[in-house]
Design a protein around this ligand. Structure first.
Ligand SMILES: NC(=O)c1ccc[n+]([C@@H]2O[C@H](COP(=O)([O-])OP(=O)(O)OC[C@H]3O[C@@H](n4cnc5c(N)ncnc54)[C@H](O)[C@@H]3O)[C@@H](O)[C@H]2O)c1
Length: 262
């Protein structure tokens, strides 16, 4: 765990999908840097565990079991955050999910579910939060993209489409709001060992040894491996950086070779 370097001291950060995995690691990492937090996910027990740890670090933490695909719940969450803390300085759009199926077998409802969560909910949340950031003339938004923002993973059509869209949305917002003091960036995690991947591995849809052989560093990331890049991009250290999608991938995208690396 990084910190405490106080790089986010006095900041209020809203993180979606913060109950486990990458969102949870970002929440704990941001708290260690001094941020107060507004966290949402669907599972109260997971959120309570994170809140207990955040409060033990002396930070304030507001949690809500909001479903980010429901605009009314997003409105309620943002209203509660502003009522509680007065503002939101940092937004992390982290909640996301995938479905693995051959494109020919992908049901329209499953496609739509992934689009609703990974893309439309990011649009609605960001529009709501950015309005207030633009009015104050300052804010940092971090989207969680993916390797599929850049390259193809077969049988993940809906996921890859939405994550490519996240790259586009990051760039459009960055340019549109550049003079408003609102920066918009993304990180593209490589292969991260989280519940999402463990489920796919159990279902036989993700071959861990084969994937790790493709990664130059030779192993999957833990959620903690993403924390430093995220803190950097939302902190004032990145004050002149907007519109980038930063891979945090152990060298995956740099590697054009298909054999296991030495
Ligand atoms: N695990 C990886 O290898 C990997 C790689 C690249 C990108 N990502 C991205 O990172 C993000 C987090 O992934 P993870 O692996 O930590 O996932 P995860 O499944 O472990 O955690 C997802 C979190 O999002 C929450 N969530 C899901 N749907 C929600 C909804 N409708 N409303 C509110 N919260 C909701 C869950 O409750 C959970 O807290 C996702 O956007 C994912 O696409 C993951």
């Amino acid at each position: 765990m990084l910190g405490p370097y106080d790089r986010l001291q006095g900041r209020v950060a809203l993180i979606s999908g913060a109950g486990r995995g990458i969102g949870r690691a970002l929440a704990l990492g941001f708290a260690a840097e001094g941020a107060d937090l507004v966290l949402c996910s669907r599972t109260a027990a997971e959120l309570n565990e994170v809140r207990t740890r955040v409060e033990a670090m002396g930070r304030n933490c507001l949690t809500a079991t909001a479903d980010v695909t429901r605009e009314a719940e997003v409105e309620g969450l943002v209203d509660a955050a502003i009522a509680g803390f007065g503002r939101i300085d940092i937004l992390v759009n982290n909640a996301g999910a995938t479905i693995v199926a051959p494109s020919m077998d992908l049901a329209t409802e499953d496609w739509q579910r992934v689009v609703d969560l990974n893309q439309t909910a990011v649009f609605a949340m960001t529009r709501r939060v950015a309005r207030e950031m633009i009015a104050r003339g300052k804010g940092a938004i971090l989207n969680i993209a993916s390797l599929t923002t850049f390259v193809a993973f077969p049988e993940r059509l809906a996921y890859a489409s939405t994550k490519a869209a996240i790259g586009a949305m990051t760039r459009v917002w960055a340019v549109e709001w550049a003079k408003s003091g609102v920066r918009v960036n993304a990180i593209a995690p490589g292969m991260v060992a989280t519940a999402l991947q463990e489920r796919l591995a159990r279902e036989g849809k993700f071959d861990v040894p084969a994937v790790e052989a493709r990664i130059p560093m030779g192993y999957r990331a833990t959620p903690d491996d993403l924390v430093g890049a995220a803190i950097f991009l939302v902190s004032d250290e990145a004050s002149y950086i907007t519109g980038v999608v930063l891979p945090v991938d152990g060298g995956f995208l740099a590697n054009g070779f298909w054999h296991p690396t030495p």
